[in-house]
Design a protein around this ligand. Structure first.
Ligand SMILES: [Cu+2]
Length: 111
């Protein structure tokens, strides 16, 4: 009987702490691991301002991104693959697609 009680208490405590972890970590988890459900994408055109081939980032003066609720602005984005930057140069007009995982933006297509 004592052993049984111990097991029950242990199970309850275990479940409780797992729940607490889930609750406190939920927001962080959602942002860091980006479940597909929260992934948003947008498309726009823009003018390349700067290219960082080392970092794999591109600064674009872009138009509004409707799917992402982003107005027109100039900002820098990381690109999915540095090779995407190979044939691009500053002042080139581009069409691009952007993904947002709830925390970070990523250029997934650019031409
Ligand atoms: Cu922007």
């Amino acid at each position: 009987m004592k052993a049984f009680l111990f097991i029950v208490l242990f199970a309850v405590a275990g479940a409780g702490s797992a729940f607490a972890q889930t609750k406190s970590g939920a927001q962080h988890l959602a942002q860091a691991q980006a479940p597909a459900a929260s992934q948003k994408t947008g498309k726009s055109t823009g003018l390349i301002q700067q290219i960082d081939r080392e970092k794999g980032a591109i600064t674009i003066k872009h138009g509004p991104l409707q799917g992402l609720d982003m107005p027109a602005m100039t900002m820098s984005f990381p690109v999915k693959d540095k090779a995407m930057l190979t044939n691009l140069q500053p002042l080139q007009k581009v069409e691009f697609e952007l993904a947002y995982d709830g925390r970070n933006y990523l250029v997934t297509k650019i031409k």
